[in-house]
Ligand binder design. Structure first.
Ligand code: XMP
Length: 509
């Protein structure tokens, strides 16, 4: 219904979330998407031009196929988007003397504008710009000012609007009202996007596409592939076979938990491949984190391909690609760091060609979680912290062995269980333990010990690009450390990592 053309703003995904929260379906497309492609969207109700780091007056400035601006749908330009509209319709944009960054008061000029219905004459908004509009195009009027800039413009004849501030950010106190005005009063969007509908539609789509054929899916135990398994499983039952590769680098009892979650709730085939020994063999002697990542990734593909060859009748391969992966890999934002999971089984050999099914590729992470809950996956499987593709392979520092993994699994189980028991798990973004390649001297009872050190880490973050360590209560940490040292043989010292990111990363390797 609503298309967002993305110029690389850090807030583009947030904008899309806000719109979907209003029950309106939206997609984010790269700014240079062609007019022909956009015309294929038959239910198009509005176009939003996002913010972005470029400057419209530069020679190689990001721009759009200008025919798009003639489409008979309302248009909203946000920040860079407003500047692009200004430039296009004959106004002027220049570098401002002073950047406007942070909270600003929007002072409305035109209280009758539909965009600002029920918005106060003065309201706090969030600005983040260095360029500003210095001359409004002919046929446009100024709808509001910021502290040092023209903050909102509108075409007199057409439903075309520009706002310099970011209405999608919660610091824009009435931003939600403005976005809803645009969606419902100006663009006449319908509230027909809901996850229940999504599930129903996807199930029908999958049934129609697959017919009586077979689908295989690489199940990792992570949220995304689990939800895809549940969704496809509900649609086609035993025509789905999940290949679950136990790398030996999973959390304690994770293999059993994954198997049980499906056995109890879903009528699908799951085949578990115990490949731990293969992985440990390949990891022998490797110390460098990137070498280990590569070895684990390659090994995973080899095992998966071997397993997939057992399913000669499968025509489809399902994958848990989600929307942020799609946006990141096509985004104009060069700054976005793409983390490749080794579970992405691209590059399969020629004799194993499948048609892809990616039913959640248009969902955000929290929407994926809601779909999972709706489909009956257990809550503890859905609310999990992220777990890196290479698993404990990058949490056992330097050389990875089965013995070290077993020690780390026990420590991790205690830390995570205690976080859950004491209500911290849901309040932190990611928590885990790391086994260091260091032995230290300790004393237990009357005996000298010489054992391994583990590091505990808990971080809070919004996007995993930056993070701060969680201020867990001292008493809690004290008691977790006690439990670890008393129960896990081979560990006699525990440290808590308080480094933020940057300069540290979240994982130690
Ligand atoms: P870093 O350590 O880079 O981690 O601050 C950011 C987030 O990414 C996860 N991570 C990975 N995920 N394969 C993955 O699938 C990897 O190789 C990998 N390395 C880090 C990490 O757990 C954190 O959530």
């Amino acid at each position: 219904q609503v298309l967002i053309l993305d110029f690389g703003s850090q807030y583009t995904q947030l904008l899309a979330r806000r719109i979907r929260e209003s029950n309106v379906y939206t997609e984010v497309l790269h700014f240079d998407t062609t007019f022909e492609k956009i015309k294929e969207y038959k239910k198009l109700k509005a176009i939003i031009l996002s913010g972005g780091p470029s400057s419209v007056y530069l020679q190689d400035a990001y721009t759009i196929d200008k025919k798009i601006l003639d489409l008979p749908v309302p248009i909203l330009g946000v920040c860079y988007g407003m500047q692009l509209l200004t430039e296009h319709f004959g106004g002027k944009v220049e570098l401002a003397n002073a950047q406007e960054f942070g909270k600003t008061t929007l002072k409305l000029e035109d209280l009758n504008s539909k965009l600002f219905k029920n918005v106060d004459k003065q309201t706090q908004v969030w600005m983040s710009h260095a360029d500003h509009v210095t001359k409004v195009p002919e046929g446009f009027e100024i709808l509001g000012y910021g502290d040092t800039s023209i903050a909102a413009i509108g075409s007199i004849k057409k439903p075309i609007f520009g706002i310099q501030f970011h209405a999608e950010v919660t610091h824009s106190l009435q931003g939600e009202v403005m976005l809803k005005n645009f969606l419902f009063d100006i663009a006449n969007c319908e509230k027909d996007w809901s996850l229940k509908n999504f599930i129903k539609e996807k199930m029908n789509e999958i049934k129609a596409k697959v017919g009586d054929k077979q689908v295989i899916l690489g199940l990792s135990g992570g949220v995304d592939s689990s939800v895809v398994a549940a969704l496809i499983g509900r649609a086609i039952g035993k025509q789905l076979t999940c290949i679950f590769v136990d790398t030996g680098l999973l959390r304690l009892n994770e293999d059993i938990e994954v198997m049980n979650a499906y056995k109890d709730n879903f009528d699908i085939n799951i085949k578990k491949y115990d490949a731990g020994n293969i992985f440990f063999e390949k990891l022998k002697g490797l110390k460098d984190p990137e070498d280990k990542r590569k070895a684990i990734g390659k090994c995973f593909i080899d095992v998966f391909v071997d397993a997939a060859r057992d399913y000669k009748n499968a025509d489809f391969l399902a994958q848990g690609t989600i929307y942020p992966d799609v946006i990141e890999s096509s985004s104009s934002s060069k700054a976005a760091k793409v983390i490749k999971s080794h579970h992405n089984v691209g590059g399969l050999p020629d004799d194993l060609q499948f048609e892809l099914i990616e039913p959640i590729r248009n969902l955000f992470k929290d929407e994926v979680r809601q779909v999972g809950l709706e489909l009956g996956l257990p809550k503890h499987m859905i609310d999990r912290h992220p777990f890196p593709g290479p698993g404990l392979g990058i949490r056992v520092i330097e050389e990875v062995t089965k013995e070290k993994c077993l020690i780390l699994q026990k420590v991790d189980e205690i830390f995570i269980r205690r976080l859950r028991e004491e209500g911290f798990y849901e309040k932190v973004s990611q928590a885990f333990a790391t086994l260091l390649p260091v032995k230290t001297v300790g004393v237990m009872g009357d005996n000298r010990t010489y054992d391994w050190v583990v590091g505990l880490r808990s971080v809070n973050t919004i996007d995993f690009m930056t993070a701060t360590s969680t201020h867990l209560p001292w008493e809690f940490l004290d008691s977790v450390v006690n439990e670890i040292i008393n129960k896990v043989e081979g560990v006699n010292r525990v440290v808590y990592d308080i480094t933020s990111k940057p300069p540290g990363t979240i994982e130690w390797e």
